[in-house]
Design a protein around this ligand. Structure first.
Ligand code: AMP
Ligand code: MG
Length: 324
């Protein structure tokens, strides 16, 4: 069983126990503003191997390396002017930059899946403080079995991975609720590798140019988190529902008129006010709650593709994709 430490009640103990656990090469459940991470020392190959094993994650899928601040990130990667501008505008926050790795960086190739680039993010709040105290970057994918719904609470982490890790830090529900937005600057263009918790329009506003939403095949290799089936609940997923069928949970956005709502196994409202940030924060928890009813299918009403809706719809399309 994993030990839980509440970071609000016991911040100092949390830092001390977490840094000691990380120094032993063990991964920990770490709250961040996006989702809970399964974090380990990015310079320690045994520690990174444990992340892949704990999640059952394919090793060709690189991990995001978390830093305490931009100065730390500059020791590990080379920043072009646009990337630096984005880092200054949005870090700490839900933005991951894919950057050329410095040859002497010390980040282990297992963390980057052998690529000559590294995905870097500076998380808000406690996670950043922990990295500062630890002094080394933390590689951290989401704290869930590979391909399943991401964890947005300490209980989610415990339910899924509690038997396989020793420590889970608890900071309550993740505020953003979906993973970071991943971009890569190439030849002055900004490519969106994964939509996420920072709206693409925010990045475009600061960069003063449109993002490239590349469909090219290499995106599949550079961003394997973008595999077709991902974020998958046990139940089937049906999108853009305008009615409710037998044995379905209905997850609504806004206050849509959905025929047959009264016969749904359960009805959950992502945001009655139609607020996409609220919907993103509720998304994974509601998927887990819907799944726990044992219903055959989770039906989602339409969610607009603007702002954080782009990240939500990306997750839902993968949740609905045919499973292997
Ligand atoms: P997650 O699955 O949430 O842990 O997100 C990690 C994702 O970050 C991977 O699936 C990749 O999409 C992306 N990523 C991490 N490092 C790199 C990299 N060096 N190049 C491209 N994408 C990366
Ligand atoms: Mg994940």
């Amino acid at each position: 069983m994993a030990r839980h430490i509440d970071i609000l009640e016991h911040p100092q103990t949390a830092i001390e126990v977490a840094t000691a656990t990380l120094a032993e090469g063990l991964p920990i459940g770490l709250p961040t503003e996006t989702v809970y991470g399964l974090a380990a020392d990015a310079t320690n190959p045994a520690a990174i191997t444990r992340i892949y094993e704990t999640k059952g994650r394919p090793r060709f899928n690189p991990l995001i390396c978390h830093m305490s601040d931009l100065a730390m990130a500059e020791r590990y990667a080379v920043f072009d002017p646009i990337s630096r501008k984005l880092a200054e505008a949005f870090w700490p926050g839900p933005l991951t930059l894919v950057l050329p790795l410095r040859s002497d960086s010390g980040i282990h190739p297992l963390a980057t899946a052998g690529l000559d680039t590294v995905g870097i993010r500076v998380p808000q709040g406690f996670a950043g403080e922990l990295i500062r105290a630890f002094g080394r970057p933390l590689a951290a994918p989401s704290a869930n079995t590979s391909g399943k719904i991401s964890a947005t609470s300490a209980d989610h982490v415990d339910d899924d991975l509690g038997e396989r890790i020793t420590l889970i830090l608890d900071a309550g529900a993740s505020v953003v609720g979906v993973e970071s937005t991943i971009v890569k600057v190439e030849d002055g263009e900004i490519r969106l590798l994964r939509p996420g918790g920072l709206a693409a329009s925010e990045i475009e506003r600061v960069a003063g140019k449109a993002l490239k939403r590349s469909k090219k095949a290499s995106a599949a290799i550079e961003a394997p988190g973008m595999m077709a089936s991902h974020y998958a609940p046990g139940a089937a997923v049906r999108l853009d529902a305008t009615d409710v069928l037998a044995n379905e949970v209905l997850i609504r956005f806004g206050a849509p008129d959905i025929a047959g709502s009264e016969k749904a196994v359960a009805v959950l409202d992502l945001s009655t006010a139609g607020d996409l940030s609220e919907a993103a924060a509720n998304l994974f928890d509601f998927m887990k709650r819907a799944d726990a009813t044992g219903a055959a299918t989770i039906a989602f009403s339409h969610i607009p593709d603007e702002g954080l809706g782009e990240a939500i719809n990306d997750r839902l399309r993968r949740a609905a994709a045919p499973r292997e």
